[in-house]
Design a protein around this ligand. Structure first.
Ligand SMILES: *Cc1c(COP(=O)(O)O)cnc(C)c1O
Length: 456
């Protein structure tokens, strides 16, 4: 075994090898050196374990490229979403419009007026960006943007209720996926939570009794992922707004997801829209830039100017602020919405895609697999909007399923281990790929993978 160890080449000698030298322009000296060291270590281990007994040097060289690509490849990569869940929390939430990203790229790869007032020719405030377009779209006086909705909620609580009480209906005290817990956020924001009502019933008088001189804020929370059904009662926002006005207390809503549009055309009736909340007279409304707008991760606060101004004076904002990338993405996205370019916004396109259209796409897809066609099935499935929106509401859709001598789990593994992983769903022991969430650019990749699955 000693002789084998002696055959391991030195890092320096490997570096002089012509093939290895060719790797330098692409990977850089230090990465290549690290990869050689790792390869040498691994070969030493393999000898010790008795796994290799000859061709020691060859083994070192053979390991280097794969170590390099493993060490240098990003962990965040593109996947193909075949789950039919449009705003998939685990798969990056919203797919952002290419129009938006083109615009972002133009702004972010150059200098810009992020904190420069072009009229006055001196230092300006970043916080004004996106305000005009958001206000215009939502019909409010003012708006501001922070890192995400959790940050927005924390900032609102901290601004109006630090050292004070926040009144929340017990039925709305929920835990949202990814550990967003209102009671915890409340504590971190320095406020005391006052729960009113019971899990299924809260009356206006419960709010009335809870509000006192220590109340800093009344908070309404959109129960995203869950819904208490049956014998429930909550107080209409208009009534709480009126009460808060009388008592001189700020009334805010954590909307999280919710909707911009009325989805009744899709037979989704009970999802609140932002405009309903604005009309109800809520002072401040916060929501996610990705879940609700279908844009980048961000927390958006809209509402009355005097309250937004107060938020702007909170030093916590400095820690939660966003970058030019977020501002420019939201501004361009709002411009698309204001000019009704819905077909440029992937999330809306997917929500409003008809089952017939999806079926047609699948038929076209299958057309290419001439003789293997009978192994591919088009099956009716249900898609979801996701992202905490409309928890039980489903959209009719169609999916690709496979008639093969393989189990659903085997097929799932095959797709998940591709270079661009394809994530589908298994239901009743059948693996399927819902085409509602398949993007145009996914099609050719998917065709390639399906082809290889059918005739390996
Ligand atoms: C999603 C959600 C949050 C958290 O929003 P992030 O943007 O993920 O920080 C908070 N409240 C509600 C009601 C939500 O749905």
């Amino acid at each position: 075994m000693k002789d084998l160890f002696k055959k391991i080449p030195s890092v320096d000698s490997v570096l002089l090898n012509e093939k290895i030298k060719k790797l330098l322009p692409e990977f850089g000296l230090s990465s290549v050196k690290n990869a050689i060291r790792e390869a040498v270590e691994r070969v030493r281990f393999e000898i010790k374990e008795g796994k290799i007994k000859s061709e020691i040097e060859k083994r070192v060289y053979e390991l280097i490229p794969s170590i390099l690509s493993k060490n240098l490849s990003p962990s965040l990569k593109r996947v193909i979403n075949g789950t039919g869940i449009i705003i998939h929390t685990n798969l990056g939430r919203a797919v952002i419009s290419e129009k938006v990203m083109d615009y972002v790229s133009n702004i972010a790869t150059a200098y810009n007026n992020l904190e420069y007032d072009l009229e006055k020719g001196k230092r300006g405030h970043r916080d004004i960006h996106a305000e005009r377009l958001l206000s215009e779209f939502f019909g409010v006086e003012s708006a501001t943007v922070v890192n995400n909705n959790a940050a927005a909620v924390m900032l609102i609580i901290n601004t109006f209720a630090e050292g004070k009480e926040v009144v929340v209906s017990r039925g709305e005290l929920i835990e949202i996926g990814g550990s967003f817990r209102i009671p915890e956020i409340m504590k971190k924001a320095g406020a005391k939570l006052v729960e009113v009502g019971t899990t299924n019933k809260t009356h206006l008088r419960d709010y009335e009794e809870a509000i006192n001189e220590n109340t800093g804020l009344v908070l309404k929370v959109h129960p995203s992922n869950y819904r208490i059904t049956g014998f429930t009662e909550s107080v209409p926002a208009e009534e709480i707004a009126k009460l808060c006005k009388e008592k001189g207390v700020v009334f805010a809503e954590d909307m999280g997801s919710g909707n911009i549009y009325d989805l009744t055309s899709l037979k989704i009736y009970d999802e609140p829209t932002v405009s309903q909340s604005v009309k109800a007279g809520i002072d401040l409304i916060s929501f996610s830039g990705d879940k609700l707008l279908g844009c980048v991760q961000a927390g958006i606060i809209i509402g009355k100017r005097k309250f937004i101004e107060k938020i702007r004076k909170n030093h916590l904002l400095r820690a939660l602020r966003v970058d030019k990338i977020t501002y420019s993405a939201i501004e361009k996205h709002m411009q698309l919405l204001l000019t009704e370019k819905f077909d440029q916004i992937p999330v809306y396109k997917m929500i409003f895609k008809s089952p017939e259209e999806i079926k047609r796409e699948l038929e076209n897809f299958i057309e290419d697999f001439s003789d293997a066609k009978e192994k591919l099935k088009i099956v009716p499935v249900k898609s979801k909007i996701g992202g905490g929106t409309t928890p039980e509401r489903e959209l009719d859709s169609f999916a690709l399923a496979f008639d093969l001598e393989k189990s659903a789990v085997e097929i799932e593994n095959y797709f998940r281990s591709r270079e661009i992983p394809v994530i589908g769903r298994i239901k009743d022991d059948v693996f399927f790929i819902d085409f509602r969430t398949i993007l145009k650019k996914d099609i050719s990749v998917l065709k390639d993978y399906v082809g290889k699955l059918l005739s390996p």
